[in-house]
Write a protein that binds this ligand. Structure first.
Ligand code: NDP
Length: 327
C-alpha cells in the first residue's frame, strides 16, 4: 500500500482532491518502480490540483510532474535497485500517475540518473521549473547570446522558473535584469544575482511595435502582453526564450522585432524534451547551481499541504521553489 494525493472527478463533473491509501496493484504500467522521497510544486501542478487549467487528461490522477527517489524494482537494465533517479515531465501528473505519492511506476526512459553533485532534495528544489530555466539558458547559449552582448531579461523573476533562471544566468556572467510584479522583492532577486529589478507594469502598458533596443536575451515565463513587450525591446539579433503563460496564452505582438531586428523567438518545452537534452540539462544544473542560493530560494511543505500551497502559488503569494516532502 502507498499514500498518494488523488484527484477524482465527481458525478457533477467537479474534481475532488484528497490523500488516499492505494494498493500497489493500482500503479500504472512501467518498468521501474520508485520510492519517492521528494517532489515539488510547479505552476502546472497548481493548475492540476485546483482544476483551474486542463492539465489532468486521465482520471483518476495522482498529480505531481516531478519526483526524486530510489529505485525499488526494475525490469530495465538501465537502472539498478537502490539508485537515485529523477522524473520530470514526460506526462507524469497529466496522463500518467506522478510524483505526489510514496511510490510511482514509469517507463525507464522517462527517468534520469541523478547527476553527481545533486541529492534528491536539491533535484526537487530545482524540479521542472529549474530544469526549464536551464533549457532556456542553454537555448540562449545555442543561439549565440554571450554575456558581453548586453543585459538579459527574466520575467516572473520571483517565481520558480524565474528565480532559477536569474541564478543560472548570473552564475554564467550575464547581467541579469529581473522583471517582477513584486518590486519589494528586489533584495531577494539581488541575492540570486540580479543586477536590477524592473516593475512588470512597464511591460504591460500599450507599447509601440519597436521600443528602445535594450536586451540581448530574455527568458519569459509570462506570455501575453509581457512577451510582446519583451520582443519589442530586444537588441538586433537578440534571442527570446518563451516558456510560460503566467500572464496569458495570447501573444499580441507585431512581426517588427523579427523582420527589422532579426530577433529570434525560441519555444521551450520541458515535458517532451528529448532524452539526450534532458540528461545534458540535469548535468549542467549539477555543475552550475550554487547550492547555498538554491537552499535560499526553496521552502518545504508536507504532501498534505500541497492543495493550499497550490492556491497560494496561483495567487502569487509564494516565491522561489516549493519542495514537497513525501511521508
Ligand atoms: P510560479 O508561479 O512559481 O512563477 C510565476 C511567476 O510569474 C510569478 O511568481 C510572478 O512573478 C509572475 N506572474 C504572476 N502572474 C503574472 C501575470 N499576470 N503576468 C505576468 N507575470 C505574472 O510558476 P513557475 O515558475 O513554475 O512557472 C512559470 C510559467 O512557466 C508558468 O506559466 C508555467 O506554466 C510555465 N512553465 C512552462 C514549462 C515548459 O515546459 N514550457 C515548464 C515549467 C513552467 P513576479 O511576481 O516576480 O512577477
Amino acid at each position: 500500500m502507498f499514500e498518494a494525493l488523488y484527484i477524482e472527478k465527481t458525478a457533477e463533473g467537479a474534481q475532488h482532491v484528497a490523500l488516499r491509501t492505494l494498493p500497489d496493484e493500482a500503479l500504472p504500467q512501467g518498468d521501474v518502480t520508485v520510492r519517492v522521497l521528494w517532489s515539488s510544486l510547479n505552476y502546472k501542478d497548481a493548475l492540476a490540483i485546483t482544476g483551474r487549467g486542463p492539465v489532468v487528461r486521465a482520471w483518476p490522477m495522482v498529480p505531481g510532474v516531478d519526483a526524486a527517489g530510489i529505485v525499488e524494482q526494475t525490469t530495465s537494465p538501465a537502472f539498478q535497485v537502490g539508485q537515485t533517479v529523477v522524473l520530470n515531465g514526460c506526462g507524469a501528473g497529466e496522463l500518467h500517475w506522478g510524483g505526489y505519492a510514496q511510490r510511482l511506476r514509469v517507463p525507464a526512459d522517462w527517468l534520469v540518473s541523478l547527476p553527481a553533485g545533486l541529492d534528491a532534495f536539491q533535484a526537487m528544489a530545482l524540479g521542472t521549473a529549474g530544469f526549464t530555466a536551464m533549457l532556456c539558458v542553454m537555448a540562449l547559449e545555442r543561439e549565440g547570446v554571450r554575456p558581453s552582448d548586453g543585459p538579459v531579461l527574466v520575467t516572473g523573476a520571483t517565481g520558480g522558473v524565474g528565480s532559477v533562471a536569474v541564478m543560472l544566468l548570473a552564475r554564467l556572467g550575464y547581467e541579469v535584469v529581473a522583471v517582477t510584479g513584486r518590486l519589494e522583492e528586489q533584495p531577494y532577486l539581488q541575492s540570486l544575482g540580479a543586477h536590477e529589478a524592473l516593475p512588470r507594469a512597464l511591460f504591460e502598458a500599450p507599447l509601440r511595435p519597436l521600443e528602445k533596443a535594450r536586451w540581448a536575451g530574455a527568458v519569459d515565463v509570462a506570455g501575453g502582453h509581457v512577451l510582446a513587450a519583451v520582443c519589442a525591446g530586444m537588441r538586433p539579433q537578440g534571442v527570446v526564450t518563451a516558456c510560460g503563460l503566467a500572464g496569458g496564452m495570447d501573444f499580441p505582438a507585431t512581426v517588427a522585432p523579427f523582420i527589422l531586428r532579426g530577433v529570434t523567438l525560441v519555444g521551450i518545452d520541458s515535458v517532451m524534451c528529448p532524452r539526450p537534452l534532458r540528461q545534458t540539462a540535469w548535468q549542467r544544473l549539477a555543475e552550475l547551481v550554487d547550492l547555498k542560493r538554491l537552499a535560499g530560494l526553496s521552502r518545504t511543505v508536507p504532501l498534505a499541504a500541497v492543495p493550499q500551497a497550490a492556491e497560494d502559488l496561483l495567487e502569487s503569494r509564494l516565491k522561489g521553489r516549493i519542495v514537497v516532502e513525501i511521508p
